[in-house]
Design a protein around this ligand. Sequence first.
Ligand code: ZN
Length: 164
Amino acid sequence: MAIRNVRTEGDDILRKKSRVVEKFDRRLWDLLDDMGDTLAQQNGVGLAGVQVGALRRVFIIDVGDENGVIEFVNPEILEQSGSQRVLEGCLSFPGQWGMVTRPDHVKIRAQDRRGRWFERVGEGLMAQAMVHEYGHLDGHAFKEDPTFTPVSEEELEAMTAGEG
Ligand SMILES: [Zn+2]
């Protein structure tokens, strides 16, 4: 188990395009294991390889349901539809929040850690996270989304008041 350092705003690596994964070996599994540990430690929903300094087309998502951590290697978005206006943050932009418009239905084709292809449909938070994480693989940050509007700390507190 290892926690990796999360790269944050100002680190040029976040703007780079990640490379296709070709080897499904111990190095990849170590990366995915460490990403899982890092995501859990940070209480995040999703994490892309580039965010821990690995420019490879991988991300993981854990929306806190019974599925646990889902690993996506070499993902491709096959379909997206609908829209939802949602509050969003990013582990690489700590303390920064905003509202973005995301599809509410997304279908992805990806490989698992052994190279087997699968398809997965996400809705709601899962769809939001899929699109957010996919953006990281091409060097995009959520704040650059044309639909992004920032939410201040005060507004955020007002929005989440009552959630305990
Ligand atoms: Zn992010």
